[in-house]
Design a protein around this ligand. Structure first.
Ligand code: PLP
Length: 398
């Protein structure tokens, strides 16, 4: 080993043990060397007893998986490159041609798009159900139903469904499908803080770690958590076959966000509730949607099942304000940036046309809707920003 390059690659130095820093180490690898041929041949893909290949786990990813499982009250966790990838992984792991998946009518949009695109191409059908009506869900369960999605609250419109009731409806028919029916909850809003997904009846919890666990608006990641080991292995082996790895530096960012997550959640929760109550008093506003507000759909269920609420609220303007007025309101905001995602430090907003998103439920409002994600800025500054923009709105019809 006289060549310098070889010496720099095959360096004999090993740092001493005992480096006990506060943050966990960040390991990055494609190859992970096996000590012997025997160890290579008998590698364990199934349990986290050793390492096989960087795509399938490092000390850093195993650490985050354990923390997310703890956060959500589950036992097993699989990391994927985005929240959407977590949704997709569940579908790929569980469904085969001829199966059907049920999706709440107010679900996260890209979940629907995956069903309408790839799943349909693969011979897997889907139907939408009204999440505020367990009887509607029951009427749609058949011998082909393998996967039922739950989301609490609904994406953008924030209706809070009766999860135990929906899960019980599925449970009562679970033997319809030869392999049983699995319930999967998109737990991004609750984040493991507002409620326990498994206690409320979910078999699988998916989480966009992009949101609260990161908290920095600078990383995309998702997780799939289960309590049941057999279900975890279905997800885990599909994950291995499709190559959904996560990068060590991204995992580091999420590990860094987790210790402050509960504090950020609480701070954004109270600011969002204050803003929601304030919005209710504004003359331009027809309705404010936020599960902690009395009168918001599912409020009683939220009160029964949750101990907190996330940083989202939606505002429906009076129908006298035509869409260009609502768009102008969004454009004039200075602190609220226009854009997707949420739970980062900066406040965001985006207008939505809800009636275009609904399939089996009626949308009761005529006015434009804007969804707000409240960041970590001072509440008084956010209110002043909204006030200056509301003042520029004009009745344009009606
Ligand atoms: C953001 C989000 C996702 C997707 O997360 P990405 O990491 O952006 O892919 C899934 N579900 C919900 C409810 C979300 O808000």
């Amino acid at each position: 080993m006289s060549d310098l390059s070889t010496q720099l690659i095959h360096h004999p130095y090993k740092p001493p043990a005992g480096f006990d820093a506060i943050p966990p180490g960040v390991y990055k690898a494609s190859t992970i060397a096996f000590p012997t041929v025997e160890a290579l041949r008998t590698r364990d893909w199934k349990h986290k007893t050793g390492y096989t290949y960087g795509l399938h786990g490092t000390p850093t990813t195993f650490t985050l998986e354990e923390r997310i499982a703890t956060l959500e009250g589950g036992r097993f966790c699989t990391l994927v490159p985005s929240g959407l990838a977590a949704v997709v992984l569940v579908g790929m792991a569980l469904l085969k041609s001829g199966d059907e998946m049920l999706i709440p009518d107010n679900a996260y949009g890209p979940n629907k798009a995956f069903a309408q695109g790839e799943l349909a191409n693969w011979g897997i059908t889907h139907r939408f159900y009204d999440p505020m009506n367990a009887a509607d869900l029951t009427s749609k369960l058949t011998a082909r139903t393998r996967l039922v999605w739950l989301e609490a609250p609904g994406s953008i419109t924030l209706e809070f469904p009766d999860l135990p009731k929906l899960a019980a409806a599925v449970g009562a028919h679970a033997d319809c499908h030869p392999a049983g029916i699995v319930t999967a909850l998109d737990n991004t809003w609750g984040a493991g803080i507002a409620f326990n997904a498994f206690e409320l009846g979910a078999d699988i919890s998916v989480h966009a770690l992009t949101k609260y666990p990161s908290g920095g608006a600078d990383v995309l990641m998702g997780s799939v958590v289960t309590r049941d080991e057999a279900l975890h292995h279905l997800v885990h082996f599909c994950h291995m076959r499709v190559g959904y790895g996560v990068a060590g530096n991204d995992v580091e960012l999420v590990l860094r966000g987790l210790p402050s997550m509960a504090l950020r959640y609480a701070a954004q929760d109270s600011a969002t509730r204050a803003l929601a109550a304030w919005f209710q008093a504004q003359p331009q506003v027809e309705a404010v949607l936020h599960p902690a507000l009395a009168g918001s759909p599912g409020h009683e269920v939220w009160k029964r099942d949750c101990s907190a609420a996330a940083c989202l609220l939606s505002v429906v303007f009076k129908p006298g304000f035509a869409q260009p007025e609502v768009d102008g309101f969004c454009n004039r905001l200075k602190l609220f940036k226009l854009g997707y995602s949420w739970a980062g430090p900066m406040s965001l907003c985006a207008p939505y046309d809800i009636s275009a998103l609904r399939t089996v439920t009626a949308w009761p409002f005529k006015g434009g809707l804007v969804r707000f994600s409240v960041g970590l800025e001072a509440l008084a500054d956010l209110q002043a920003d909204i006030s200056q923009s509301l003042a520029g709105m004009h009745y344009s019809k009606g």
